[in-house]
Design a protein around this ligand. Structure first.
Ligand code: ZN
Length: 151
């Protein structure tokens, strides 16, 4: 079990575009395992590789529907709209309201290099969109209204 350090807003790495994963080797598997441990420890709903300082197009999500790993994800379609509160493990103690699609269909690779497509809605869709943005250097505070601090 290895917990990695979650970088915080202000670290310029968070603003960089992550790179496609060309090969799912032992290092990538280790990263996935560490991301799971890190996410559980932080009690978050999602974590992108860039948040632990690795510019790879990988994120993990832990929601009611289950625990999912996405490698080289692509959002292939979206439907509807939802608006609600979000936070981020890289923006501690802050919350804001963000507009997101109500449903998304995502295509990605799993850790075995197998392609899968999943349709997500509501909170699951929101989590995927939030994490997907991280892969392109976007942090939810860029899109949020009513950004507020925990108190
Ligand atoms: Zn985030």
């Amino acid at each position: 079990m290895a917990i990695r350090k979650i970088i915080q807003l202000g670290d310029e790495t968070l603003r960089k575009r992550s790179f496609e994963v060309n090969q799912i080797d032992a290092k990538v598997i280790q990263l996935l395992d560490d991301m799971k441990d890190t996410l559980y420890k932080a009690k978050g709903a999602g974590l992108a590789a860039v948040q632990v300082g690795m510019l790879k197009r990988i994120f993990v999500v832990d929601v009611e529907e289950g625990y999912f790993e996405f490698i080289n994800p692509e959002i292939i379609s979206t439907k509807g709209e939802q608006y609600g509160v979000e936070g981020c493990l890289s923006v501690k103690g802050k919350w804001g309201d963000v507009k997101r699609p109500k449903e998304v269909t995502v295509k990605a690779l799993d850790r075995n290099g197998k392609s899968f497509t999943i349709k997500a809605k509501d909170f699951f869709a929101k989590a995927i969109c939030h994490e997907y943005d991280h892969l392109n250097g976007i942090v939810y505070v860029d899109k949020a209204d009513n950004l507020r601090s925990e108190n």
